[in-house]
Design a protein around this ligand. Sequence first.
Ligand code: CTP
Ligand code: MG
Length: 220
Amino acid sequence: MHAVGIVAAAGSGLRLGADRPKALVPLGGRPLVAWAVATLLDGGVDEVVVAVPAEERDAFAAALPAGSRLVDGGATRTASVRAALAAVDPAATAVLVHDAARPLTPPDVVARVLAALAAGAPAVVPVLPVVDTTVVVDDAGVVAAAPDRATLRRVQTPQGFDRATLAAAYDRLPAGAELTDDAAVVRAAGVPVGTVAGDERCAKVTVAHDLALAELQVAR
Ligand code: CTP
Ligand code: MG
């Protein structure tokens, strides 16, 4: 198996509100994107392609290890992953798509995703149980349904795919379509998506509070 990691790092980080793109914001003195790339390589991925904001290429190149390939991202996460996927060597057999915004993901999670792909899964996502009662509300905010919590999972990254399966699913996706993750892209093409155990440390840095929590973790 030859596995390529794609890191979606082309977002601006509006909700974090930092003075630079979120993926360049330091955590323990090291940019978020550098943490995400290191996790993929430590977990067994062979090489990485990173989607970055076009105007920040130089800053990203300086933040990443030699050998990282950079591509210009798009206006949405879906467009950024599509651009990175187009740059992946067609000889690669597996692709793992990861958010730069999940810097403290343990390499073990990467290894579990790779193992599921090696065992023949066409698509696999790391998941965690939902611990709060979770409800559906109507337009007025009134609870309309309460799904059985035991069947619910929170989905994280890195998400793993057979490369050709993911490429075919993106080819089928209409230009301009925007989905929140890559598992949704292959599911739209009818591909079953398996699960492996995720990890609380895969938590996404979205708002300032998340970054403060991550700083506490690396300071230990
Ligand atoms: N992403 C991307 N290209 C985009 C938008 C997002 O590659 N056009 C990436 C982000 O860099 C991030 C991941 O997708 O690593 C998850 O997105 P999110 O947490 O929403 O990050 P941002 O879009 O940067 O943040 P915000 O939505 O607050 O602006
Ligand atoms: Mg976003």
